[in-house]
Ligand binder design. Structure first.
Ligand code: FES
Length: 267
């Protein structure tokens, strides 16, 4: 699996930092953070090490906030809800795509924690990345119900009812918080900028399989494309890193089956 792709190694600057054993003894962690501002000339990518007081229940996001509030207000990273809902705080933590707010320092089993921006996303500054392409792929699959409806019917008759079974067909995919961890873990996203990616394709499946949706014709060009579902090679890394238990790899394979069935129906 391709989980754990690392940013290029950079030389650590001469910041004062104790050895790991000393940090553990003094109840601190060593937070090694990727720093780089592409918009600033001569600002080379580097790793800066901070010694952070360890507190009970501390998350990696808490540690970054401590640095920002006490050492370097210029440190850039994204977050909002701090409770695993908004999807803003995706980052590489010791080489693995994770949510900073849901990753407890204690669970990492080490006092040396390396934080870097998600791979496959351009760096805006430090750990903050640009999601423009990611959201553009998401929008291209039309992630909403397309229903032509029947304006002649009374509102109560227009109600689109579903059985429990019909709801379960797509329910897990509604849990996606668009954090981008799946795309960061996907080896194909790293090779093919045009690839729709696991997040967008899983959402295409989510709506395509919804009994209320009539948008297959609109989505087919994005899905049934060399950069659509056929580009997936089933590495499975996307599903392995999803913090919400969504299985995008499964969604993409089911999407392939759906495309083939509809093709066969036409012939
Ligand atoms: S800050 Fe919202 S998911 Fe982490």
């Amino acid at each position: 699996m391709a989980v754990g792709l690392e940013r290029p190694q950079t030389k650590a600057p001469p910041t004062a930092a104790p050895a790991t054993q000393e940090a553990a003894a003094s109840k601190t962690i060593l937070l090694r953070v990727f720093r780089h501002s592409p918009s600033v000339a001569d600002d080379a990518p580097r790793i800066v090490t901070y010694r952070v007081p360890r507190t009970r229940g501390m998350t990696v996001l808490d540690a970054l906030l401590w640095v920002k509030e006490n050492v370097d207000p210029g440190l850039a990273f994204r977050y909002s809800c701090r409770m695993g809902i908004c999807g803003s705080c995706g980052m590489l933590i010791n080489g693995k795509p994770e949510l900073g707010c849901e990753t407890q320092v204690a669970d990492l089993g080490t006092d040396a924690i390396e934080v870097a921006p998600l791979v496959h996303f351009p760096v805006v500054r430090d750990v903050a990345t640009d999601f423009t392409d990611f959201f553009s792929h998401h929008r291209r699959v039309m992630p909403y119900l397309i229903h032509r409806g029947n304006g002649d019917l009374a509102p109560v008759e227009r109600e689109l009812r579903q059985s429990e079974e019909q709801k379960l067909e797509y329910y897990q995919f509604t849990m996606c918080i668009m954090c981008g961890l799946c795309d960061a873990a996907c080896p194909i996203v790293g090779m093919d900028k045009l690839y729709a990616g696991p997040q967008a394709l899983a959402q295409a499946y989510r709506f395509a399989v919804d009994s209320r949706d009539e948008g297959w014709r609109e989505r087919i060009d994005v899905v049934d494309d060399p950069h659509g579902c056929w580009r997936c090679e089933l590495a499975g890394s996307c599903s392995a890193v999803c913090p919400k238990g969504v299985d995008p790899a499964l969604g993409i394979q089911l999407l392939k089956r759906m495309v083939l069935r509809r093709r066969m129906r036409r012939t």
